[in-house]
Design a protein around this ligand. Sequence first.
Ligand SMILES: [Fe+2]
Length: 251
Amino acid sequence: MQRREFLTTSLATGAAIATYSLANKANAETAAKPTNAATPAAATVTAGAPVAATGPFVQPPLSYSLGALAPFLKEEQMNYHFNKHHAGYFKKLNTLVEGKPEAKLSLEELILQSQGPIFNNAAQAWNHTFFWNSMSPNGGSNPTGLIAEALQRDFGGIEAFKKAFGEAAINLFGSGWVWLAADKDRKLQILPLPNADNPLKHKLTPLLTLDVWEHSYYIDYRNDRAGYVAGFWSKVNWDFATHNLATMAKT
Ligand SMILES: [Fe+2]
């Protein structure tokens, strides 16, 4: 398996903490091998299949079925989002890099080094995989341990964090992403970013994200972004955030 495929594939296997180790650039640089990629959940669901590889960048499969996040997100919503929108970014990116030096880079390298259409499509490809991992069919419980302590320290607790994150998501004008990210001192911050922008570009470590592009919720929620944002907490994957915080590059 080529390094690029390894990175994207590993990033997508989100059902077990052990498979989150390549969730950011720093970890991707240092990780030597995937750990325990096979998980009970991943083994028993028929995830959305990855698009056929027509270039160097391959959409990783979901680690859960398209309907597994219902009632928060139903199968039709997830099918369009995963198989049309997310797949479309990979398809477009492969077209854009064909025959160019960028075809040999990883998604993370493209995010850090490129601008314009290549950046937009590489970041959207990466962001969505991170988003799928930010949710879990078994998610939704309150955070514990390291992430709970950090949320208490930096936001005053989980409820205060949810309120601030939710307001940022609702108030983000147009299309974009709301991120929970950590700086080099592991201080947490909420980062609402437009379009395809993500924390890697700002030298921050992403921990969790919510897609607030309209295509992410319009089938299930129409124009009710607030309803979509509220539902996110029922499937949020705190194990993923905890792992990202615990394994981020040490300073
Ligand atoms: Fe999206």
